[in-house]
Design a protein around this ligand. Structure first.
Ligand code: NI
Length: 140
């Protein structure tokens, strides 16, 4: 069996909490309320985010791992989630000072933080659940 030809995806699930407000400063209050609804609440609100990081590649012939999941978890926290967990994304982070903290944008930011930390031979995909029913993936 030639494992080098058997590509496998591995997934690490992490959880974090954060507050945010969706707001476009170029629009008036009525437009912001119409577009973002409760997520435009001026005093912020929180979400329990579920993050799933997918890494795809060929299992290493020595370890049988695509990637060590403990290493992956540590990278996720060190380079991404420690910046966001229990934070107000709009007020406490540089990434979202001028970027609307939608699930879409959070997923792209997390991808950009993690991509340089993971072997370039491995594919990376981010899935982020903002609620049980609403989730995004990047790259699409
Ligand atoms: Ni929200």
């Amino acid at each position: 069996m030639n494992l080098e030809r058997k590509k496998v995806a591995v997934f690490r699930k992490e959880h974090f909490n954060a507050a945010h407000r969706l707001h476009n400063p170029n629009w008036d209050d009525a437009t912001n309320t119409a577009v973002f609804g409760k997520c435009n609440n001026p005093n912020y609100h929180g979400h329990n985010y579920e993050l799933i990081v997918q890494v795809t590649g060929y299992p290493d012939p020595q370890t049988g791992y695509v990637m060590d999941m403990k290493v992956l978890s540590d990278l996720i926290w060190e380079h991404a989630l420690n910046l966001f967990d229990h934070k107000n994304l709009n007020e406490d982070t540089t990434a979202f000072k001028h970027l609307n903290p939608t699930a879409e944008n959070i997923a792209v930011v997390i991808y950009d933080l993690l991509r340089p930390q993971i072997d370039a031979a491995l594919d990376l995909k981010i899935r982020l659940y903002e609620t049980e029913r609403n989730f995004v993936e990047y790259p699409a």
